[in-house]
Design a protein around this ligand. Structure first.
Ligand SMILES: [Fe+2]
Length: 390
């Protein structure tokens, strides 16, 4: 398997149970530890949508006197299960990442997910996360979701556009057991943010994806809503941990024209947070943004942030008849990656590599064939940490 080192030369769980976990929660913990005299809980009436979370910092929640509610909501709402904060501080954190499995469109999607889950059961990463376009929320997908749930560790979801092809966003989240469309959590030494770019802009109003309503011009779809951008700003301000962002659609310039149309708003928030962190510690706050959606294996750097597009588990969408199965250029193996985040300043990606089923995109003359790979290549990427100038 190819091995690429890109660093300086860039060309190329249940509930919070004790104070120790409080120290990993990402809040300013002195006051929070007092909160543990409040029965730790996730209220049964926590809204499934993130209305509690949108645009309001966690500190403001606490100031508003809704500490227990916010605490449970803010930390746990994205996971599809209640779990402890994953990982161990001071040690590398290992994540299993899979994206764009496309159950309902890719006939063997369930076998591909089974392969990933079996590998993760053997590897035992600290958490697994899927980056969207997972399945249609319908009874035929229940078995598929049950495969996902076989992984016994913490599991996290990101919403993809096709996840709302047959249902509303809320119906999709209910089906896969996702408690909020965007959220954040801590794991190991790091902070993680999951964003939802499944909004369309209609006459100045941001509207959730539902039942394929996003088949409109690109400029008005795949957008992040302003309230979420402000939520991101507040969320980053609420933690000093180095942070990784997950989304389905990308904020980079790869495959330009198909990334989030208002991605510069997100990058401006990241730039602001990173400048503050650089001034304070000499190291950036946001290290990398992982995305799916484009079904490609590419990494780019913008303003010191790594934008990592994770390939689909299943196929590349060529459209027309350029694929091995009509518009799909199907991969011979299910693709996924085991990503290790070392607090000493290194991202390690260990991916799966296969081939295209025949005829391949090159065989059919697909114009962008040279750019495509049926693989997630291994990579090692260095990043600055506090105290390491540059
Ligand atoms: Fe997608």
């Amino acid at each position: 398997m190819a091995h690429v080192t890109w660093s300086q030369n860039w060309n190329s769980r249940e509930r919070m149970q004790n104070k120790e976990e409080a120290a990993t929660c990402g809040f300013d913990c002195k006051d929070l530890i007092k909160l543990f005299s409040i029965p730790p809980m996730i209220p049964k009436n926590v809204p499934k949508q993130s209305t509690l979370h949108d645009g309001i910092s966690r500190r403001r929640f606490i100031q508003a006197g809704t500490a227990a509610l916010a605490f449970g909501a803010g930390l746990k709402m994205g996971a599809d299960q209640k779990s402890k904060s994953p990982g161990t501080q001071g040690k590398p954190l290992r994540l299993g990442i899979i994206s764009d499995v496309h159950h309902g469109l890719q006939p063997d999607a369930i076998k591909r997910l089974e392969s990933f889950i079996q590998a993760m059961e053997a590897e035992k990463p600290d958490l697994i996360i899927q980056l969207g376009d997972f399945c249609y929320a319908r009874p035929e997908s229940r078995e598929f979701v049950e495969v996902w749930e076989q992984f016994k560790g913490p599991r996290y979801h990101v919403l993809g556009n096709h996840d709302m092809d047959r249902t509303t966003k809320q119906e999709t989240m209910d089906f896969i057991g996702m408690r909020a469309p965007h959220y954040s959590f801590d794991a190991g030494d790091f902070h993680f943010v999951v964003l939802d770019c499944n909004y369309i802009l209609n006459d100045g109003e941001y509207v959730n994806y539902a039942n394929r309503n996003y088949f409109i011009e690109q400029a008005r779809r795949d957008r992040i809503n302003p309230e979420q951008v402000e939520w991101l700003r507040a969320d980053l301000a609420g933690t000093q941990r180095q942070t990784f962002i997950f989304s389905h659609q990308a904020f980079d310039e790869n495959w330009s024209g198909w990334s989030v149309p208002n991605r510069l708003e997100v990058r401006a928030v990241i730039r602001e947070a990173n400048q503050k962190a650089m001034d304070r510690t000499g190291a950036p706050h946001v290290i990398a943004c992982f995305s799916g959606h484009h079904h490609i294996d590419e990494v780019s750097e913008i303003e010191g942030v790594q934008y990592m597009q994770m390939n689909s588990a299943s196929y590349y969408w060529t459209g027309g008849k350029f694929g091995s199965e009509g518009p799909r250029a199907v991969y011979s193996k299910p693709l996924y990656a085991l990503v290790t985040l070392d607090p000493s300043g290194q991202i390690g990606v260990k991916g799966q590599a296969g081939e295209f089923h025949k005829p391949t995109p090159a065989d059919t003359g697909f114009p962008a064939a040279k750019r495509l790979t049926a693989a997630i290549i291994d990579r090692t990427i260095k990043f600055p940490t506090a105290g390491q100038k540059g």
